[in-house]
Design a protein around this ligand. Structure first.
Ligand code: COA
Length: 378
């Protein structure tokens, strides 16, 4: 018999899947991706290797990687129908994540969706083309056709500007994409697994996941974290600005996490990637300001919220890194999706191999003996 004792709001603490894809240990500050501690792989692998690893549970050898890269590269081009949708979305000025959702759902137009592996390749391959095309169309520019000779990350940057990116930038983006590719049973990943568990198709699962990722409680914080740094402007203003915010009871964007109560390991990996990128190719004054704001924020959070264990989260350094890559804040959440689609598709495959429809229960709180009354008697 179900009663309120069984009810876990937000399913918190409920184990709803077994996975070999990633392990999040919030108390230890540890993230394992398919057997690798995040920091052992994120700044070394290409994104194609990372997706191959998630899908196949092993890193590819040279021939397998070449084949996988080619399979993705040839699926980068968008159909005329998908581009038409993006043009209509740009004319209506829709949000970038909505445009990505609309375009993603057209990816099996004119193609059979019977093969989930083929759909997954098309989704991973086409997300950067959709995001770049939509961004250009929204700014009054024509999309730039993808190149098959560039890797996934390099081609993503290329399609935004038409310039072939320098190696430091490609490495910076690659490290970001690897760092956020999978993270346990987060809301969007759970959504994808629920949809695929009904026997539905890969494209539907990923479109649903995009809808979940769009919500500000899931994928939307790095923009505000950077805005805060820009508002502070210079290190001398950091303490008074942050004190004012905390005295008003406001939250500091880019700090705190539901799961991690020590430093988020992704923040460390992205901090190191940002350091490399800015030293090679960036605005060192901004970089130093961000470090200063972080130190001041951590000190003040301990003062205003003692014992709450509020640490720097992934969004803080995502903002710095993506800004350093020349990406505007509008592209931050779509970039997250370009990465996470690798994890979503891997989870969908995993769900398919040992499927049981995900079907929890609810506790009924309503009345049970109402009588129907005809409309003119209500
Ligand atoms: N700045 C200031 N105070 C914060 C804070 C922040 N960023 N995050 C949490 N707190 C405070 C809360 O006000 C609360 O204080 P109280 O005990 O006096 O009421 C305490 O810390 C615990 O907060 P709680 O809301 O229970 O933590 P949570 O685990 O539910 O929240 C977040 C996690 C991420 C939602 C929260 O830390 C937050 O809003 N951070 C800012 C937004 C952000 O960076 N999001 C991206 C997450 S990856």
């Amino acid at each position: 018999m179900l009663n309120n004792i069984d009810y876990k709001p937000g399913l918190e603490g409920v184990v709803a899947a077994q996975t070999r894809l990633s392990s999040v240990d919030g108390a230890a500050g540890e993230l394992i991706i398919a057997g690798f501690p995040l920091e052992a792989i994120a700044d070394k692998a290409t994104f194609e290797e990372m997706v191959y690893l998630l899908w196949n549970d092993t890193l590819p050898d040279a021939a397998e990687l070449a084949e996988f890269r080619a399979a993705l590269a040839k699926r980068r081009v968008l159909s005329a129908a998908t581009l038409e949708v993006l043009r209509a979305a740009a004319a209506d000025k829709v949000d970038g994540m909505d445009a990505l959702r609309m375009a993603a759902s057209t990816l099996n137009l004119g193609e059979s969706s019977a093969d989930p592996h083929d759909d997954a390749l098309r989704l991973v391959a086409a997300f950067p083309t959709i995001v770049a095309a939509y961004w250009r169309l929204s700014n009054g520019n024509e999309p730039i056709a993808p190149r098959t000779d560039l890797g996934h990350a390099a081609n993503t940057l290329y399609m935004l500007t038409g310039d072939e990116p320098r190696e430091a930038r490609v490495r910076g983006l690659e490290t970001y994409l690897n760092t956020v590719v999978d993270h346990g049973l987060n809301a969007s990943t759970f959504t994808a697994r629920v949809i695929i568990s009904t026997g539905s198709d890969m494209i539907s699962a990923i479109v649903g996941a995009l809808g979940a990722l769009k919500g500000p409680l899931h994928g939307g914080a790095p923009g505000p974290a950077l805005d805060m740094v820009f508002e502070i402007g210079e290190a001398a203003n950091a303490e008074s600005y942050l004190r004012e915010k905390l005295s008003r009871g406001e939250r500091l964007m880019g700090f705190g996490h539901r799961v991690y109560k020590v430093r988020d390991p992704r923040a460390d990996v992205l901090a190191a990637a940002a350091a490399k990128l800015y030293q090679a190719d960036g605005d060192m004054a901004l970089y130093k300001l961000v470090l200063d704001v972080e130190q001041t924020a951590l000190r003040l959070l301990e003062e205003y919220k003692p014992g709450r264990k509020l640490q720097t989260n992934v969004e803080f350094y995502t903002a710095l890194l993506l800004h350093g890559l020349g990406l505007p804040t509008d592209l931050f959440t779509p970039m997250f999706a370009i990465s996470r689609v690798g994890g979503w598709t891997a989870h969908a495959f995993e769900q398919q191999t040992a499927n049981r429809i995900i079907r929890p229960q609810s506790v009924y709180l309503g009345e049970k003996t109402r009588r129907y009354q005809a409309i003119d008697g209500r």
